[in-house]
Write a protein that binds this ligand. Structure first.
Ligand SMILES: [Zn+2]
Length: 283
């Protein structure tokens, strides 16, 4: 499935101020940017939530009706800010519509329901393909990109995410423990400290220690189960590397919380602590 890395062609500077306000000294620019951003968000959230967007949420976002009214409001607010502040690009002739934006943003914002929307500040562009697509990569900087295989999605550390809309819809409809949007945005959280290593930004040295110890043990268990042919709750694609393990564990945490709590209690516990959500009880 998806890969991670640094985009050579699609990225653009994050948080770039496109018009410079005259000769203000440099330290004022970030302050002004923050001030404008807050004001823009306040105005946006003062507007009524579009009725059609509610329909998309109810229809396509499985977890939404199960949230408390307060969490639903928080998700709607985050989702509106997310949609407004990111660049949405349709690829291979696809025109990105509101339903696509709402569904993708809802799953992206579910991951950060207890965090700030600013966790996604480094993400700038969402590229949406109609279906799986032929990915291109350059072997060296400035070299001609060459096809490297078909993909459903990608998550890049320098500002972009790529998603197949058909895969997104299929995952939601089939509800079989996979969700491309949760997967790719989990990579974004992982890379919030700039490293795609399966370890997102945590609060303390002790948390880093516990995280690495539990993730390594769970990874090993998945490896042993896979090698022995035992059925696994976690997608064995997680054996690709530590980053993929965190991404598939996140999918499982949100889509199979109850089973994960029962079969992988320590993994469930550190993910509950990280996301600050008790998905086994919520969904
Ligand atoms: Zn991945």
């Amino acid at each position: 499935m998806p890969a991670i890395g640094v985009p050579s062609r699609l990225g653009r500077p994050i948080g770039r101020v496109t018009s410079s306000p005259g000769n203000l000294p440099p330290p004022l620019l970030p302050m002004l940017y923050t001030w404008f951003k807050r004001r823009r968000r306040r105005r946006l959230l003062n507007e009524a939530f579009p009725d059609e967007w509610m329909l998309y949420l109810d229809k396509a976002v499985r977890f939404y009706p199960q949230l408390t009214p307060e969490d639903q409001r928080r998700l709607r607010d985050d989702l509106r800010v997310f949609i407004a502040e990111k660049h949405w690009v349709g690829c291979n002739g696809l025109e990105v519509n509101d339903e696509m934006r709402v569904v993708i943003a809802a799953y992206a914002c579910l991951l950060i329901l207890r965090k700030s929307i600013d966790v996604y500040n480094r993400l700038d562009t969402i590229l949406v393909y109609p279906d799986s697509y032929l990915a291109l990569e350059s072997a060296f900087p400035r070299s001609e990109p060459v096809p490297i295989g078909w993909r459903h999605g990608e998550s890049w550390s320098h500002g972009s995410i790529v998603l197949s809309w058909n895969t997104t819809v299929d995952n939601i409809r089939d509800d079989e423990g996979e969700n491309l949007v949760l997967h790719e945005f989990a990579h974004q959280l992982d890379m919030s400290d700039r490293f795609a290593d399966g370890v997102p930004r945590l609060g303390s040295r002790q948390q880093y220690h516990t995280w690495k110890e539990i993730m390594a043990a769970e990874y090993e268990q998945l490896y042993d189960d896979a090698r022995s042919g035992r059925p696994t709750l976690l997608d064995q694609y997680g054996l690709s590397d530590e980053a993929e393990f965190f991404a598939v564990a996140t999918e499982c945490f949100f889509l199979r919380g109850e089973e994960m709590e029962e079969r992988h209690p320590r993994l469930y516990e550190i993910l509950t602590e990280f996301y600050e959500l008790d998905t086994a009880k919520m969904f």
